[in-house]
Design a protein around this ligand. Structure first.
Ligand SMILES: [Zn+2]
Length: 340
């Protein structure tokens, strides 16, 4: 009898401990030194190319005439919803995001790959702004599943140069971040494609990667490259010499020193940037707000997103390589090119 009672206490205590651990992992975030978030450039004042950063790899690039947006991902879902439910674009969040950014018209919306945290809202953003949805065949199938007209979808060849106003845009095939193992590695469908129109709501895993791109944007005022995911093709970017590199660092801190050094050599040193701006380090599960949020401890520390470690790595490497590093402010239109 007393064994049963003690056993019951042990079970209750264990359940309680697990519940407490889960609450801790879900509701607390590791801290990141926000004072390091220095600003890129001055506020816009009629200069040729401005950017506006909106978290993750959402980057609005404009010269006042032509407006390009990468990803356009404004929906955010709780950890619980992502891991247990189905997801679909959050129309209210897209409303809020476009209004907050002052976006009414776009020439192109360009997801860096087809995972939900990049491509899921892009067809709705294209529908509202008249933009061309530009990306992989998998991204095109996300557009088709949202009933975006075929004439508003374009799948470029690897390295094809697209012209939008004074901008030239090239999608260069790259590689997705390689998760070092565990749940994220098994579920992220890296290398898999979306082969038929994808009609949400669907599980997050249904947004398969579909191939990842480095996005090169060239303008008479200068050039920038967005490396959305922290993967690389050895020597794949050696021909480039860009002014500004927006470097995706999600998960980088969880990788081996060899992998990190390879990423640094083949993406950063290869493209010879005069300015480095880390992106894809803020939380994917907090609602998008005015300030960057850091992922909860479950994502940060258990599921390998590692924002602190990734930021610490690139900050140290930038100093060692004498490459200026800045953080783009959230939502603020700032002058980028020509670099001062
Ligand atoms: Zn991804």
């Amino acid at each position: 009898m007393s064994f049963i009672r003690i056993g019951g206490y042990v079970v209750a205590a264990s359940v309680g401990a697990v519940a407490l651990a889960l609450v801790y992992l879900l509701l607390t975030s590791p801290s990141v030194d926000q004072s390091k978030f220095a600003y890129v450039g001055d506020s816009a004042n009629g200069n040729p190319v401005t950017i506006q950063y909106m978290g993750n790899t959402n980057l609005l690039v404009s010269d006042g005439e032509t407006h390009l947006l990468t990803d356009g991902w404004f929906s955010r879902f709780s950890t619980w919803k992502i891991l247990t439910g189905k997801i679909a674009p959050d129309l209210a969040a897209i409303d809020w995001g476009l209004e907050h950014a002052g976006i009414t018209e776009l020439d192109a919306v360009i997801p860096v790959h087809s995972h939900f945290d990049h491509a899921m809202d892009a067809p709705e953003v294209a529908r509202r702004t008249g933009a061309m949805l530009v990306g992989s065949e998998s991204t095109a199938n996300i557009g088709r599943g949202w009933d975006l007209p075929e004439e508003q979808i374009y799948v470029p060849e690897d390295g094809e140069v697209l012209t939008f106003g004074a901008f030239k845009v090239t999608l260069i095939k790259s590689k997705h971040f390689t998760f070092p193992g565990g749940y994220t590695s098994s579920q992220a469908a890296v290398g898999a494609t979306i082969d038929a129109p994808l009609r949400p709501p669907v599980a997050w895993q249904d947004y398969r990667e579909g191939g990842s791109y480095s996005v090169l944007v060239e303008h008479p005022s200068g050039s920038l490259l967005l490396q959305g995911s922290a993967g690389f093709v050895p020597n794949g970017l050696d021909e480039l010499d860009v002014d500004v590199l927006f470097l995706g660092i999600g998960g980088l801190g969880s990788q081996s020193a060899d992998y990190q050094n390879g990423y640094w050599q083949h993406v950063v040193m290869a493209t010879k940037p005069d300015l480095l701006v880390p992106v894809h380090w803020d939380s994917l599960t907090h609602p998008l707000g005015d300030e960057p949020r850091i992922a909860n401890r479950l994502w940060s520390d258990v599921l390998n997103f590692t924002p602190r470690q990734s930021l610490a790595y690139v900050e140290a490497q930038a100093v060692a390589s004498s490459i200026p590093l800045r953080h783009a402010p959230f939502w603020q239109e700032v002058k980028l090119l020509p670099l001062q």
